[in-house]
Design a binder for this molecule. Structure first.
Ligand code: ASP
Length: 330
């Protein structure tokens, strides 16, 4: 009798041990998402005190529009690369984010955009840096990936290539926003980062793509290029592991090769997406490298860690899950 009771207890303990999983493990066991999308609009001093309610509503609205556009395209079988480009274009066209129209000024009061895109199916990538008249730098990055034998093109050459391939070229005055100019005047010699945009998508065929677009850091030195156009630093995608887009103090993300490191920790260390990405952002914090990232794995798991006050971010999945977040909210 006692033996039987002991056996029953043992079986119960064994079963509860098997089912008592952390939420992260449960997420990783979940059925793969048919498609999924995650976006960011930059990390920084994003607090309810610094962002008035009307502005907060504007941010939430544009982030939701971007998610709606992306999920509509994914639902209609669009490939992840096209989705990443379209979603980033939408955010580049908004003056709210530090990319495209809303790009920050360098120390000379000029605009210098950086952008990149990576196709995790074919392991192809494209990037442009230090461009100032291409309306949508993310589209130029895609052109470099698809229509040139190269990965990165800069300045006049990149602009000429974009023009020759029919992209919209605008006068650099298109990128003037009073708010960004005031930021530059306010900084008086200090450098600040804020508001890069990024997107990672998993399409119905299981292909992952990632992209990032930025005006860089406000008050940066002429010619400075950040992590956003550097494959492996600010952007990375591989169908075997994940897609990643970073935002924050670019010099740190370049030196720690952050985006590719998330993938490497998963590939070689067998780590989950959550663990790999959260550990990196915590480690950067120890080195005073401020920022965050968005990442998505082949099952559609999402991770959005940051070590700043907040990060404009959101995700959506085929099962209807949808979130837009700004602050340290869950
Ligand atoms: N990472 C960007 C850069 O350093 C800036 C940002 O994400 O806010 O250029």
């Amino acid at each position: 009798m006692i033996k039987k009771q002991l056996l029953a207890m043992f079986i119960l303990l064994f079963i509860s041990g098997c089912t008592n999983k952390t939420s992260e493990e449960k997420q990783n066991d979940a059925k793969p998402a048919e498609y999924a999308l995650v976006i960011h609009g930059g990390a920084g001093n994003v607090t309810p005190e610094r962002i008035p309610p009307e502005k907060e509503a504007e941010y939430r609205a544009v982030l939701q529009q971007a998610l709606n556009l992306g999920s509509e395209w994914l639902k209609n079988d669009s490939p992840s690369v096209a989705v990443v480009e379209a979603v980033i274009q939408l955010m580049e066209n908004s003056p709210l984010f530090n990319a495209g129209k809303g790009a920050v000024f360098n120390a000379e009061g000029k605009i210098e955009h950086d952008a990149s895109i990576m196709d995790g199916n074919q392991m192809k990538a494209g990037a442009v840096a230090s461009v100032n008249t291409i309306k949508n730098p993310i589209s130029a990055a895609r052109l470099v990936m698809e229509k040139s034998p190269h990965v990165m093109m800069v300045r006049e050459g990149a602009i000429q290539f974009a023009r020759e391939n029919g992209l919209e070229i605008v006068d650099s005055s298109y990128f003037f926003t009073q708010e960004r100019y005031n930021d530059l005047l306010r900084l008086q010699g200090k450098i600040e980062k804020y508001g890069t945009v990024g997107c990672v998508a998993l399409d119905k065929k299981g292909n992952i793509a990632a992209g990032t677009s930025t005006g860089g850091m406000s008050n940066k030195k002429y010619g400075r290029i950040g992590d956003a156009p550097i494959i492996g630093a600010g952007t990375y995608a591989s169908n075997a592991t994940c897609g990643v887009s970073c935002t924050g103090h670019g010099e740190f993300f370049i030196r720690y090769n952050v985006a590719a490191d998330v993938s490497a920790r998963m590939k070689y260390g067998n780590q989950s997406l959550q663990k790999a990405s959260e550990d990196i952002i915590n480690e950067l914090f120890q080195k005073e490298g401020m920022g965050g990232l968005i990442a998505l794995d082949k099952l559609g798991n999402i991770s959005m860690p940051f070590n700043t006050d907040g990060m404009f971010r959101g995700y959506t999945k085929a099962n209807g899950e949808n979130k837009v977040l700004l602050f340290k909210e869950k």
